[in-house]
Ligand binder design. Structure first.
Ligand code: ADP
Ligand code: MG
Length: 197
């Protein structure tokens, strides 16, 4: 059951995790991008936090749609529209009180929407390289946060094929993808908040 208090705690946990790691995300993006991923994500999640009571009062699907809109408008860069698409698609696909199966199916649909929007796929050193293994771990009933952390780590030896990091070609190898790291942070915060409830 996702009541208002729990939904608020969940939104706050995710936003605070992203904001607390903004420096790390920016450092990762300085290595293989333009150094704005932390700033972008912090701006977006500060906007989400500013409206947390309104988001928490909505049924989960409506809250996810509103948060997705805020991310599209406030994060910017390549990641804003992609995280916005992810959240809005989850909102469209999830019922008000989702089961694990609902989550697996909705995350699958949201991943497909991100792929379509980004013209991207797994193995290209992006957030998808975390989101897809997370969906699989969720489907298998495994350790979702652990899978996310491992998947983010697995982007280090990858060569970027999409996004700004792809301009570096082979020089993108040896660094963690910033969007993979932010996805892992978000997933860990969700898993922890839901686990504690
Ligand atoms: P920008 O690249 O415009 O500066 P950000 O720095 O905020 O935007 O976000 C970069 C992250 O966005 C990358 O690390 C990657 O994970 C993700 N990303 C970029 N392009 C794509 C894409 N086409 N598909 C999926 N993810 C992408
Ligand atoms: Mg950037």
């Amino acid at each position: 059951m996702v009541d208002t208090a729990r939904q608020k705690a969940l939104i706050e946990a995710v936003a605070q995790a992203v904001i607390a790691h903004a420096g790390e995300l920016t450092a990762l993006d300085q290595a293989i991008g333009d150094g704005d991923h932390g700033i972008n994500m912090k701006r977006g999640f500060e906007a989400v936090l500013a409206d947390v009571d309104a988001h928490a009062a909505k049924p989960l699907p409506e809250a996810l749609k509103a948060i997705g809109m805020a991310l599209v408008m406030k994060v910017g860069g390549a990641s804003g529209p992609l995280y916005g698409t992810l959240a809005m698609t989850l909102g469209k696909e999830l019922p008000a009180e989702p089961s694990r199966d609902d989550l697996v199916r909705a995350l699958g649909a949201a991943i497909e929407a991100v792929k379509a929007r980004g013209k991207s796929d797994i193995g290209q050193k992006t957030m998808l390289d975390v989101l897809v293994p997370v969906r699989d771990a969720l489907a298998d009933g495994g350790d979702v946060a652990g899978a996310a952390a491992k998947a983010a780590e697995a982007t280090v030896p990858m060569k970027a094929v999409r996004g700004r990091a792809s301009f570096l070609g082979d020089r993108s190898i040896g660094h963690m993808d910033p969007g993979a790291r932010s996805s892992a942070l978000i997933v860990a915060a969700v898993a922890e908040a839901l686990g504690e409830a």
